[in-house]
Ligand binder design. Structure first.
Ligand code: TRP
Ligand code: SF4
Length: 404
């Protein structure tokens, strides 16, 4: 029988883009570092995803992967706590992707918002490929393979988790049927024991009659918190809540990453493609030089002109890096022309240089001994494969792809 959703398990991935910048850190990585101490976490390098838009030159992939993982470690991801691995080291991702592709309507993929957007944005590349169309489904396979409860992503990836939920629902509907399911589920309800049985029935009725999702969550918690029932019964009870099948691929939830708006040096969003970034492990001189020339309120031309902090990207960096009293000093000094822009940038330069220096220090041992990174990724891949195989065994069995 299938093992249900892994309570609290977190899964997320990142494309290997080489050295990370402050935007990547505040948009995702910082959050991962916090999550690793709250939940069992799986974090992976989505190298196959990199191929979906960059298949012509793959030569940089090993270096980009290595550099990005060193950034993860430098930022505080702890291999003793979180599982880190590379997608292509776990071929199970490909098998699940293939199997899911058989049941996924083309129209679901065509209507993913990033599909047309990215094709237009990256017009210089030929993205009329099978792989590019299918990449949200590859992401679905990445996720469902680990049966996570949470997928921490930014706003731009929410649609991909949504389609993942739809694919899971469709798969479970097609293949999650078990002979005599209803009878077995009813029996499992009794196993919950007197009060809990009636509470379960009540919550299930509330959800099924009026779509009360609070009731659904309560019922799930009731089932997941019960240690008397078997794993198979727990699955049945979870499946029974929403319908009449077992959830072989449980639906994950988005854990929306709170992302401060991090401007790049030119005031646009910090992004590698705009060449307006500051690296996570950049040298002090280079950080200072970049920040000194960073865009400020364009109306503040001379030192004696008053500025408007709400029109200044430097002020947005203070939002992320400075405390309340510094921000007050900035706002008052800017509006009255009491401080100059270089003065205003000084505390930022200090803080960002400090952070980067700490990260460079932590990265040093991995730069010196690349085999440490290799070992971490090998161990991670083994753990990931163990989890992935469990899911795929259930998937294959449900699809009659093995003899037992
Ligand atoms: N598509 C994601 C991105 O471009 C990366 C990714 C791949 C991912 N597979 C995933 C994120 C699974 C979360 C879960 O950022
Ligand atoms: Fe921006 Fe600071 Fe200059 Fe004001 S003083 S324009 S907030 S850099």
């Amino acid at each position: 029988m299938s093992t249900a959703q892994q309570a609290g398990r977190v899964l997320s991935g990142m494309r290997p883009t080489g050295q990370l910048h402050l935007g990547n850190y505040h948009g995702a990585l910082r959050n991962w570092v916090e999550l690793q101490y709250q939940y069992p976490c799986f974090f992976f390098v989505a190298d196959w995803h990199a191929l979906t838009t960059g298949y012509e030159d793959t030569s940089k992939l090993p270096e980009y992967t290595q550099q990005m993982v060193i950034d993860w470690l430098a930022a505080g991801l702890n291999p003793g706590v979180a599982t880190m691995f590379v997608q292509s080291h776990v071929p199970e991702h490909a098998e699940l992707h293939l199997l899911l592709s058989m049941v996924t309507p083309l129209s679901w993929l065509e209507r993913v918002p990033t599909y047309k957007d990215q094709q237009a944005e990256l017009a210089e590349k030929d993205l009329a490929t099978y792989g590019f169309l299918g990449y949200p489904l590859l992401q679905s396979a990445d996720i469902l393979l680990y049966r996570p409860q949470y997928v921490p992503v930014g706003e731009d990836q929410v649609a991909h988790v949504e389609i993942t939920r739809e694919v899971a629902r469709r798969f479970n509907h097609l293949f999650g049927r078990e002979a005599e399911f209803e009878a077995k589920a009813e029996k499992a309800v009794k196993e919950l024991g007197g009060r809990n049985s009636s509470l379960y029935r009540e919550l299930r009725r509330k959800f099924q009659e009026s779509g009360d999702t609070v009731a659904l969550e309560k019922a799930r918690a009731l089932v997941q918190g019960n240690s008397r029932i078997t794993v198979a019964d727990r699955d049945r009870l979870l499946g029974f809540l929403e319908g009449t099948s077992v959830a072989i691929l449980p639906e994950p939830q988005v854990l929306l990453t709170p992302t401060p708006k991090l401007p790049g040096l030119d005031g646009r969003k910090m992004s590698k493609s705009y060449a307006n970034t500051i690296g996570l492990r950049e040298e002090p001189d280079s950080i200072a030089k970049k920040l000194k020339t960073m865009q400020t309120d364009p109306a503040r031309v001379r030192r004696t002109d008053a500025g408007d902090p709400s029109k200044c990207p430097v002020r947005q960096l203070h939002e992320v890096y400075s405390d309340e009293s510094t921000r007050q000093w900035v706002d008052a000094g800017c509006r009255s022309a009491g401080i100059g822009c270089l003065e205003c940038k000084k505390p930022l330069i200090d803080k960002i240089v400090d952070d980067a220096t700490a990260m460079r220090k932590r990265a040093q041992e991995y730069e010196d001994s690349p085999e440490l990174v290799r070992n971490i990724l090998n161990e991670g891949a083994e753990k990931a494969r163990d989890a992935a195989r469990e899911t795929l065994d259930d998937v294959r069995r449900a699809m009659h792809l093995r003899g037992d």
